[in-house]
Write a protein that binds this ligand. Sequence first.
Ligand SMILES: NC(=O)c1ccc[n+]([C@@H]2O[C@H](COP(=O)([O-])OP(=O)(O)OC[C@H]3O[C@@H](n4cnc5c(N)ncnc54)[C@H](OP(=O)(O)O)[C@@H]3O)[C@@H](O)[C@H]2O)c1
Length: 157
Amino acid sequence: MISLIWAMDENWLIGKDNLLPWHYPKDLAYFKAKTKNQAVLMGDMTYDSLKSYYKQKPLPFGKIYVANLVERTYEDATLIKDIHAFLKDTKEDVMVIGGKTIYQLALPYANRLYITFVLGRHEGNVYFNRFDLSVFKLIEKTIEDGLIFAVYERISS
Ligand SMILES: NC(=O)c1ccc[n+]([C@@H]2O[C@H](COP(=O)([O-])OP(=O)(O)OC[C@H]3O[C@@H](n4cnc5c(N)ncnc54)[C@H](OP(=O)(O)O)[C@@H]3O)[C@@H](O)[C@H]2O)c1
């Protein structure tokens, strides 16, 4: 199963340069709980951003896959050059954790979406590419501290 997890505001904003545009401890806790010890796939830029956040500490995931078109060796991750082949063929449950480019490439393969809706409009410059959410059905929704944690599953055709 391929899942995407992200937080966005009412404008579908997800980033400010290479960082999150906001600081919501409840959303960080949710992200941590959902991704702990899970196989994750992320883009090279998101990897660097997480590495600078965790510094010397290990990233709290299971297997780590990093998508990059350029050759690079990661001390703790496997390089994925062909993201389409990877997502099509993998037998693992993989959580896709960003950023913008990787979400866009992975969306057609997604069975499940974990979206945190952040109320209001924030300052930033990276947006999730808009898509038709009606091909997914809402299976879970909780509201906490002004954040909406929603889980969607693809409607099988
Ligand atoms: N709100 C959230 O939940 C959330 C979560 C994560 C990230 N973000 C935000 O997202 C932003 C980062 O997004 P981004 O798009 O700049 O970076 P990204 O998705 O993390 O990384 C893009 C990387 O993917 C590689 N790539 C592109 N096409 C590929 C392909 N076909 N196969 C394999 N690799 C490929 C690129 O390689 P090349 O360099 O070789 O082109 C690039 O290094 C930041 O602002 C961050 O804060 C938000």
